[in-house]
Design a binder for this molecule. Structure first.
Ligand SMILES: Nc1ncnc2c1ncn2[C@@H]1O[C@H](COP(=O)(O)OP(=O)(O)OP(=O)(O)O)[C@@H](O)[C@H]1O
Ligand SMILES: O=P(O)(O)OC[C@H]1O[C@](O)(CO)[C@@H](O)[C@@H]1O
Ligand SMILES: [Mg+2]
Length: 341
């Protein structure tokens, strides 16, 4: 068989582990040929690719980023390119494409699959917001980076008796904020799923100081917003790909909390550092398993599906289901964290 693989959307630790696993399983165990499209869907639309043999994937398991590159393409451009993609598949003699990406990539995968292209998806995202898989690779790494940062920020916050508001990634969901906040013992966790009440947040942080504590750490997901009408808030705008461009919730919160509490506050934005660098062992293993199972699905002709983790098993789920909803932080998970804030 001939299989094409691509990585699309924001990069994520573990992408290279998937690529390596796909190549190993396909080439060594099945005698397939694998090619990699450059820069996500753009590479497929422009027929820009290279051959991926064992040498090409040697030494990449622990490397962050993606050796194939990634990009965002305007959805309308992709929708208009379905026939071009079909033509490239035929010209290259490809039996399947394995796109590795987040919810946007999986929506595009579904679109191409509905148009009859042989697609097996692999979900990725540090945000952990894909509904039909228990976990996505990249999340464990991102939580580790954020937790280490929070541990470090605690000591400097304490020295200066400050409130530190730490902004982590998570545009629609607060999984990184929740887990890193729990792991590092943050004093407040603010997630997009629960619009925050600035009065309540001020009270929580203020009570800590009243109890004689010298500092406070607030973790906030970048997509968090205040309850409507409770605080002046700049929501930002939209970029050319339709993504919300945030105006900086941590910065806005730090100004507000400093004024309300009379305590020095600083905003720290962890940003892309959460996405860079080597994946954790957990993410390497999950990514490797996803790659292996994606190749198997190709060989079974199970198209229009993607790999998912259910418990400890890797299963195949329809792309249609995967893109229906996002996996948000449920109230009971938030409650578990709240007790130990
Ligand atoms: N609704 C859609 N229809 C068709 N194509 C889409 C759609 N949404 C996204 N895409 C395509 O998939 C690409 C990747 O989507 P997006 O930029 O949202 O990244 P992602 O895969 O969701 O990863 P991330 O988690 O980083 O956002 C887009 O650049 C676009 O080409
Ligand atoms: O790399 P970009 O385009 O700034 O995207 C950032 C977004 O991608 C993610 O890292 C993954 O979805 C989000 O957490 C974040 O909002
Ligand atoms: Mg997206």
């Amino acid at each position: 068989m001939r299989i094409g693989v691509l990585t699309s959307g924001g990069d994520c630790p573990g992408l290279n582990a998937v690529i390596r696993s796909v190549v190993h399983r396909a080439v060594v165990d099945h005698g397939d040929e694998v090619i990699g499209f450059h820069d996500g869907w753009k590479g497929l639309l422009e027929c820009d690719y290279r051959k991926l043999d064992l040498d090409a994937v040697s030494g990449i398991l622990a490397r962050g980023g993606t050796i194939l590159g990634s990009s965002r393409v305007q959805p309308a451009h992709l929708r208009g390119g379905v026939e071009r993609a079909r033509g490239h598949l035929a010209d290259l003699g490809l039996d399947a494409i394995i796109p590795i990406g987040g919810e946007g990539t999986l929506k595009a995968a579904r679109l191409l699959s509905d148009a009859g292209l042989p697609i097996v998806g692999v979900p990725k995202t540090i945000d952990n917001d894909i509904a039909v898989t228990d976990v996505t690779f990249g999340f464990d790494t991102a939580v580790g980076v954020a937790t280490e940062a929070l541990d470090r920020l605690k000591t400097t916050a304490e020295s200066h008796q400050r409130v530190l508001i730490v902004e982590v990634m998570g545009r629609h969901t607060g999984w990184i904020a929740l887990h890193s906040g729990m792991a590092a013992g943050a004093h407040a966790i603010v997630v997009p799923e629960r619009p925050f009440d600035i009065e309540e947040l001020t009270r929580v942080v203020g009570e800590r100081f009243s109890m004689g504590k010298k500092f406070a750490i607030v973790v906030v997901a970048e997509g968090a917003k205040p309850l409507e009408g409770t605080m002046e808030f700049d929501v930002g705008g939209t970029d050319i790909y339709g993504h919300e461009r945030f105006a900086g919730v941590a910065q806005q919160l730090s100004i507000e909390l400093e004024q309300r509490l009379g305590k020095e506050a600083r905003a720290v934005i962890l940003g892309h550092v959460q996405r860079g660098g080597t994946p954790t062992a957990y993410d390497r293993v999950l990514a490797t398993r996803f790659g292996w199972h994606a190749v198997e699905a190709v060989h079974r002709g199970e198209f229009g599906r993607m790999t998912a983790l259910h418990g400890t098993d890797i299963v195949m789920v329809p792309l249609a289901e995967a893109v229906e909803t996002l996996k948000t932080v449920p109230e009971d998970r938030y409650a578990e964290a709240q007790t130990v804030l």
